[in-house]
Write a protein that binds this ligand. Structure first.
Ligand code: GLU
Length: 383
């Protein structure tokens, strides 16, 4: 049923360990079922949802008890490996009841630091959402260890912001066991007040967040603020709220004000453009015919292989290239779905013939509209 009452179309929901365990030492299936029912309700109402979940380490710890001699990083990896399967099994059981298929995605920072990885992950999430599947993401703790700080998100708050950026979410909901951001730590200062809206994450906001972390999870309020900073800079609205609040997900999705809302600092397109153009040298150029110039500059279309006349330079899939007119004017820049060699073979080819031509297919577009920034909008492309 799609009654279209959602204020946000694409929503990333982060569920923290302390919420999923209800403060106990194991996953609380009742709490998880209630959260699952709410996700199912907004999904049925037309929202596209990705869940970023913690709880693998906690589930593993509960399962293994202390029947082992492991410590430190190896222990965490074992707990995550044991617990992740149980965590996913619980989600599967819950969403099966609502006839919703779920998919697991385990990510590390290194996976999406390079553009090709970013693009592959993005394409996967886009396809999952298109198919009505709810993606369930966690950090791949088995691979990303403490010694490799660069390769780790380190906490699922930052991971959720990255996922929100990756899928161009409208809203990132970070659910925890506290009502939002307070003027001071409410556990210590009962007179602390909830902040309802933050337009600018400045030093005063950082100071309010402090550095308290939950008992079982790794993130405290400060990592949530870091995540809010990252996501709002990508044009995503962020809400930190108490996941135990009645029907919190369905109410937030309808636009109700609960918890602390962080207002986006940029439009999504602007941030995407900045990300694509930031300090990058492009690897080459696709020269396109006049029809493609019109399609790109006037009709907001993607670049299809049929419009490509020439391929200049060498690049891999996922790298950034320019799009130029026949007389050499640069009209756009974008992330390519095909490496230069493939692009060369696809010159002038109809999108329906890609598999026949290459033996595989990364999509109908050489550069998808969502991954493209126009530089000149002039219709004749001579800009
Ligand atoms: N990836 C960890 C887990 O699933 C959680 C990290 C966090 O709580 O931020 O247990």
């Amino acid at each position: 049923m799609n009654t279209g009452t959602q204020a946000y179309k694409r929503i990333v929901i982060k569920l923290g360990t302390s919420l999923l365990t209800g403060g106990s030492d194991h996953l609380d299936k009742e709490i998880m079922s209630r959260l699952g029912s709410q996700v199912a309700a907004i999904h049925d109402d037309g929202a596209e949802v990705v869940i970023v979940t913690s709880g693998a380490v906690a589930a593993g710890r509960h399962c293994l008890k202390s029947n082992h001699s492991l410590k430190g990083v190896p222990l965490r990896q074992v707990l995550a490996a044991v617990g992740q399967a149980r965590l996913m099994q619980t989600y599967e059981e819950i969403f099966d009841r609502h006839n919703i298929t779920v998919a697991q995605a385990l990510l590390t920072r290194a996976d999406i630091a390079d553009r090709s990885g970013y693009l592959n992950a993005r394409n996967t999430f886009m396809s999952l959402m298109e198919t009505g599947i709810v993606g369930i993401v966690n950090e791949n703790d088995v691979v990303a260890v403490d010694e490799l700080v660069e390769s780790r998100f380190g906490d699922n708050d930052n991971l959720s912001a990255m996922v929100a950026n990756l899928v161009d979410a409208d809203l990132l909901v970070i659910l925890t066991d506290i009502a939002g951001l307070f003027t001071a730590d409410p556990h210590v200062h009962p007179e602390a007040c909830l902040i309802h809206e933050v337009c600018n994450i400045d030093a005063a906001i950082d100071a309010m967040a402090g550095d308290s972390a939950g008992k079982l999870g790794t993130g405290g309020m400060s990592t949530k603020i870091e995540a809010a900073r990252l996501a709002t800079a990508s044009g995503v609205t962020v809400i930190i709220a108490d996941g135990r609040e009645l029907e919190v997900i369905t109410r937030l999705a309808r636009g109700e004000a609960i918890g602390t809302r962080f207002i986006p600092a940029a439009s999504k397109m602007e941030s995407r453009a900045r990300w694509m153009l930031a300090g990058l040298c492009t690897r080459g150029c696709l020269v396109v015919d006049d029809g493609a110039v019109t399609a790109l500059t006037e009709q907001n279309k993607s670049l299809l292989p049929a419009g490509v006349k020439e391929v200049r330079g060498e690049w891999e899939r996922g790298e950034i290239v320019d799009i130029c007119t026949l007389n050499g004017a640069r009209i756009a820049t974008g992330i390519t779905n095909y490496g230069s060699r493939d692009a060369f073979s696809l010159k002038g080819v109809h999108s329906g013939q890609i598999t026949q031509q290459l033996g595989y297919d990364y999509g109908a577009e050489i550069i998808h509209r969502n991954n493209m920034v126009l530089i000149h909008r002039r219709a004749d492309g001579t800009g």
